[in-house]
Design a protein around this ligand. Sequence first.
Ligand code: IMP
Length: 190
Amino acid sequence: MITKLVMATNNANKLREAREILAPLGIEVLSQREAGANCDPEENGTTFAENALIKARAVFEATGLPTIADDSGLCVEAMDGRPGVYSARYAPEGQHCSKLLDEMKDVPEEKRGAAFMCTIAYVDGNESSTMSGECKGSIGHEMRGTNGFGYDPVFMVGDRSMAELTPDEKNAISHRGAALKALYEYLSKK
Ligand code: IMP
C-alpha cells in the first residue's frame, strides 16, 4: 500500500481536491514543489492520456516517488470535439469563453452538447495506468456566474452554469472528481 505520492502540479485547488478524496486511504499527497521537482515538460501528446503520462513520468523520474498527473479540457460536439487537448491554448488568457461563444453563435440549442474530460495518469517504478472522468453538459449563450475557472461560465449543467455552482457542488459532478474517484478505487487495490 502506498503512503505517499506526488501530484505533478502546484495548483492549490487540484491538490486540495486530490487530498480530500485520497485521505481515507491514508495517502499523503505532495505538490511537485514539496517533492523538490522543478519540471515542466512539453505537453505534445494528442490525447489527454498521453499528456497526463508525459507529466507524471517527468515528475516520477525527478523524484522517484509514485506520481499522479492530470490533463483535462472541454470537448464540444458541434466543433468535432475541439478544443479538447488544446483547451488551454484555444485563446489568449481571459478570452476563452468569449471566443467559444462567438464560434458557437449560430449553433442551435439541440447541437450545443459538450463534455469536460479529465484523465489522471499514475506512474511508479513498476507500472503506469490512466483513469478518466467525464462531465456532460452544454454550451450556454452567455457567460454566467463567478465561481470556478476557465470555461465554467459558459458550461451549462441543467439550468445553471458551472460557474454558478459552489465548489462542493462542482466537485460532486466534475470530470476531475470522477477521475479522482476512479484513482481512489485503483489505489485502494494496490
Ligand atoms: P489543465 O489540464 O489543467 O491544463 O486544463 C486544461 C484547460 O481545460 C484549462 O486551461 C481550462 O481552460 C480547461 N478546463 C479544465 N478543467 C476545467 C474546469 O473544471 N472548468 C473550466 N475549464 C476547465
